[in-house]
Design a protein. Structure first.
Length: 339
């Protein structure tokens, strides 16, 4: 029996599907409007439907799965090598189907609604933090033009700027005081929005069992736990913790030839935000390991003595990634083992 693979090139309004047999022969091509997509797949015999992991792909994957099809998402960078001739929608769809038929191909897990909610919370927070950082940098830069300097950090700005506005003896003009006052109000508003999002994140993690399990691991807080849940869910699509750590980009980048193995810095693959959170969590753990006597802390202390601080942070982040994957995948809280 020949298995049909349907490569689906999704877009905002016009979708293109290409039917490919297990031998790579194209049997049918179809162009359809957005409103006709689900009706088309409802009337199509069950097949393997493959899409690129991009905007709205999770929605279409869930809906097409409900119609009895097996759905797979594939990273766009893997598809490029299989596209022949010129780039157009049909060639893209055919390349998606052909790429998915490789035995060693890896696929992107389909996110459920709760994971998308978690991801949206994190992205909103990230945007607000970036806006506040840009605003604080602008305030500091413009204050320097008046000979006024503020140290780094939110606390320093909140303390110093009101003092500058109240000080009648500095070089600020009436216009400058009015503008800086408006900027400070905007800064406080952004800070208030970030606090509200943080409260929503904490409430989400309290109600989510996987997030609670993740937080039993040292160095994993609510934001990192939510990022883990949004990115990997239960983590079942990874064979083991090492695969997850490699997906996070916390392993050496390899460039080997002629039997000679050459390793560089970390590969930086996978989720950029998640990797950064794991490294920050490892950094916080590394700062207090000298005061603890569990096996993880002793291992980290010895590592810190032998390696540079940043290398030790990444190595510990790799270990935390493997540990937290095991906790989530096995549905078992983390327990510190004493020496």
């Amino acid at each position: 029996m020949k298995t049909i693979t349907i490569g689906l090139d999704i877009a905002k309004n016009v979708f293109h599907a290409v039917f490919v047999t297990s031998h790579g022969k194209v049997t049918k091509k179809k162009q359809m409007k957005r409103a006709a997509v689900l009706k088309f797949f409802a009337n199509t015999e069950p097949a393997i439907v493959v899409m690129e992991a991009c905007g709205s792909s999770n929605y279409w994957a869930r809906e097409i799965q409900k119609l009895g099809h097996e759905v797979k998402l594939i990273a766009p960078q893997y598809v490029v090598a299989y596209r022949r001739k010129n780039k157009n929608d049909y060639n893209d769809a055919e390349a998606i189907a052909e790429c998915s038929q490789r035995d060693d191909m890896s696929f992107v897990p389909i996110k459920d609604i709760e994971q998308q909610d978690a991801q949206m919370l994190l992205r909103i927070r990230e945007r607000l933090v970036k806006q506040r950082t840009k605003l604080s940098n602008q305030i500091r830069g413009m204050l320097l033009e008046y000979g006024l300097c503020i140290n780094k950090g939110t606390a320093a700005l909140r303390r110093a700027l009101p003092e500058f506005l109240e000080d009648a003896d500095n070089s600020l003009t009436w216009t400058a005081r009015s503008l800086f006052s408006e900027l400070y109000e905007e800064y406080l508003l952004l800070s208030d929005k970030i606090e509200k999002v943080d409260k929503k994140i904490k409430a989400f993690t309290k109600e989510n069992e996987l997030c609670q399990l993740a937080q039993t691991v040292t160095g994993i807080g609510p934001i990192t736990a939510l990022a883990l849940y949004a990115a990997i869910g239960s983590g079942k699509h990874f064979a083991n913790g090492r695969h997850f750590a490699a997906w996070c980009g916390l392993v050496p980048r390899q460039h080997s030839t002629g039997g000679k193995s050459v390793l560089y810095g970390i590969s930086k693959k996978g989720n950029i935000v998640l990797r950064a959170l794991l490294v920050h969590g490892a950094r916080s753990v590394l700062n207090v390991v000298d005061k603890k006597e569990d096996k993880l802390s002793v291992w980290a202390t010895n590592l810190k003595m032998k390696k540079s601080y940043n290398v030790a942070c990444v190595a510990l982040a790799n270990k935390l990634a493997r540990v937290v994957w095991s906790v989530i995948a096995n549905n078992r809280p983390y327990e510190l083992k004493m020496v």
